[in-house]
Design a protein around this ligand. Structure first.
Ligand SMILES: Cc1ncc(COP(=O)(O)O)c(C=O)c1O
Length: 461
């Protein structure tokens, strides 16, 4: 146990302790209520706690207590969103959430799905994009026929070199292959280079290949960079391609009355990924895939006798199978609605402003401290920086310092590599998503990082 955001001791010691305390998972004789008491006593001090001010690594927010309470209600009631007769009110709540969030993104209600997160949302968007492209360019419905041989190896997706890896993974899962994804270079600020995007799209056309989608990122995972959305939209439109915005992180700005305009151009997208379990204070999972066209999800709908027969629908019982790629699923919309009504746009605006103010404070503090180097001016609420090693290899010193903080249980700081990777590219990262954190806590976190790095700054052997 430590006063920090995670247990001290590192992975091996923790694994031994957990196995000793909690296995077998299926004892021959049940242990009764006592076993839950043990779990309740143990877990809160032995998981990583994103509500701690020194848990500042990932897009991993402290969950809003109101949303947590609504989520417990859902767990107790256990509705399922695959048919009206397992859900009732929760299915209407889901429709209302999708309507309002899609209207925030596109200016008018569209459609969408509540997903397990950005990975599923990006997959879903690229599935819609692939099917639209194949219908357009090859006059087939791949849901029926699969990908025609003539299209194999000819379908392309353009996205920036720092786009989230789930884009490439989706391309692989959708039968396009990861090589279908052509990385477009970014500028120094990690924003996609629009001129390079336009050139790449022209090359695809010249080769006789099909541009399935342009995927822009609104809030890259590390730098928080927002791609030039309007320019990306115009390249997509010119080439008849789907325009998807991965706003898994930056989509939180839709909730801010003062920062929403940073997403200008998102209204031109065919679809957008927004993760409310990142910059939206929801318990995991709370992903949204939003589409501008209210009918965009029609192709995924199904009718099965045991969930949604035609006469039930004619009698007014809606078929819910067109709302998700999953079948049985929990109503995550309920916690989204609960937090939305509790805070309102005004409350979210203030929470977001607090995170931006913290980011400005940390960036200024790093610049003022000679032992640190700021990598980039922050775009959203992440800060990329490193300790200026004097004696050891900077990548090793910074990596070891981060692990030392993890092992001591004192802080969770992120690490990543600048685009291009290679020696000298490692950077530490703060992701600031906790509105209550004070500047004094952030200064103390920087002190912790500096002390750990100083201790690791010895000549490399
Ligand atoms: C830009 C971006 N897109 C997609 C994802 C994937 O989201 P998830 O982890 O919820 O699947 C992430 C995760 O950090 C992300 O940063």
């Amino acid at each position: 146990m430590s006063g920090g955001p995670l247990p001290a001791g590192g992975p091996a010691a923790l694994e031994a302790e957990v196995r000793a305390a909690f296995t077998p998972v299926l004892p021959p004789m049940g242990l009764g209520a006592w076993s839950l008491d043990v779990l309740i006593g143990y877990l809160p001090t032995h998981t990583v706690r994103p509500a701690h001010p020194y848990a500042a690594a990932h897009l991993h927010c402290p969950p809003d207590p109101v949303a947590v309470e609504a989520d417990q209600l859902v767990a107790a009631l256990n509705p399922s969103q695959d048919s009206w007769d397992q859900s009732a009110a929760a299915s209407v709540i889901e429709a209302c959430v999708i309507e309002e969030y899609s209207a925030l993104a596109f200016g008018a209600p569209g459609s969408g799905s509540i997903t397990s997160g950005g990975t599923e949302s990006n997959h879903f968007a690229l599935l819609l994009a692939r099917d639209a492209a194949l219908a357009r360019a090859y006059a087939v419905d791949p849901a029926e026929t699969g990908i025609p041989a003539a299209a194999a190896g000819r379908l392309r997706i353009l996205t920036s070199e720092v786009a989230h890896f789930s884009v490439a993974r989706a391309a692989a899962q959708l039968g396009l292959g990861e090589r279908a994804v052509i990385p477009v270079p970014v500028q120094e600020d990690h924003r996609l280079d629009a001129a390079a995007l336009s050139q790449a799209a022209k090359r695809i056309a010249a080769d006789g290949d099909t541009l399935v989608a342009v995927v822009a990122t609104a809030g890259t995972t590390d730098a928080g960079a927002i791609d030039p959305l309007t320019e990306c939209a115009s390249v997509a439109r010119k080439h008849d391609a789907w325009f998807h915005v991965d706003a898994a992180y930056g989509g939180g700005l839709l909730l801010s009355n003062v920062r929403r305009s940073m997403l200008a151009g998102i209204e031109l997208a065919d679809s957008a990924t927004v993760d409310l379990h990142k910059f939206g204070w929801q318990p995991i999972p709370a992903g949204l895939l939003l589409t501008r066209d209210p009918q965009a999800l029609a192709p995924i709908s199904r009718r099965v006798a045991y969930l949604s027969d035609l006469d039930d629908e004619a009698a007014g019982y809606p078929n819910l199978l067109g709302r998700s790629l999953r079948t049985t699923r929990r109503p995550d919309a309920v916690k989204i609605l609960a937090a939305g009504r509790h805070h309102g746009l005004d409350g979210f605006t203030q929470m977001i402003e607090s995170c931006f103010a913290q980011t400005a404070h940390v960036a200024a503090a790093i610049e003022a401290r000679p032992e640190f180097e700021l990598a980039l001016r922050p775009a959203l609420t992440t800060v990329l920086f490193r300790y200026r090693a004097r004696n050891g290899d900077p990548d090793r010193v910074n990596a070891e310092a981060r692990r030392a903080l993890l092992a001591a249980g004192s802080a969770v700081v992120g690490r990543t590599a600048l685009p291009g990777g290679g020696p000298g590219s490692l950077r530490l990262k703060f992701t600031l998503l906790r509105p209550e954190t004070t500047n004094a806590e952030l200064d103390a976190l920087l002190d912790l990082v500096a002390a750990a790095a100083h201790a690791c700054d010895v000549p490399s052997s």
